[in-house]
Design a protein around this ligand. Sequence first.
Ligand code: HEM
Length: 199
Amino acid sequence: MKQKLYLYTRFERLWHWTQAFLIIFLLLTGFEIHGSLEIFGYEKAYLWHVYAGMALVILTAFAIFWHLTTGAWRHYWPVKEKIPQICYYYLVGIFRGEPHPFEKRPDQKLNPLQRLAYLFLKLVLFPLQFVTAFLLLSYQWWPALGISASFRKVAYYHTAGAFAFLFFLIIHVYLATTGKPWYSHLRGMILGWEEVELR
Ligand code: HEM
């Protein structure tokens, strides 16, 4: 039997899609700065990259505030249960039509593997990208700030972070289409309501 659950509030949906748009735009403009793409022209790509980056920093500040005040940060607290079963499901079970080992509920929206992946994104990848971006932007003030690093090395870490975001995005989009029917997770993140199989 299926049940309709309200999983994503209006703020979460707005945050999710704005973040998705900004990250894709940052990847496009960033790889144009890097010299791998030619879309907007270098000057525009640079300026828009910095504006989009600042928008992402502001959005992230709002999201942190929202998660702390609503208690929604608990969804990212790591748990050990069922991780091997979930890995098995994504590697084998999904191709045999087996049911997902994790039951989604409003009080546990993320499966243990998602918790770990998103926690890594929030605690490692976002800070890496923001700190390296701040360093790249403040290059001329490094002597005054007492920073002695190599600009090339900082740019290298920022690019490595961008590849990690790209890798995450590809897997994320694939997993977003593995619901039953394939668009059920996507519809949930657009409308807030998702049809979930009851056990
Ligand atoms: C998901 C987030 C982000 C991604 C995927 C991303 C991606 C990239 C990439 C691929 C480059 C080219 C690096 C190179 O070739 O040296 C770049 C450069 C740059 N990014 Fe980002 N970026 C992100 C966030 C930010 C943020 C938040 C800011 C600041 C507000 C920012 C500011 C810059 C600047 C100033 C450069 C130029 C560095 C230079 O002068 O060579 N980026 N970014």
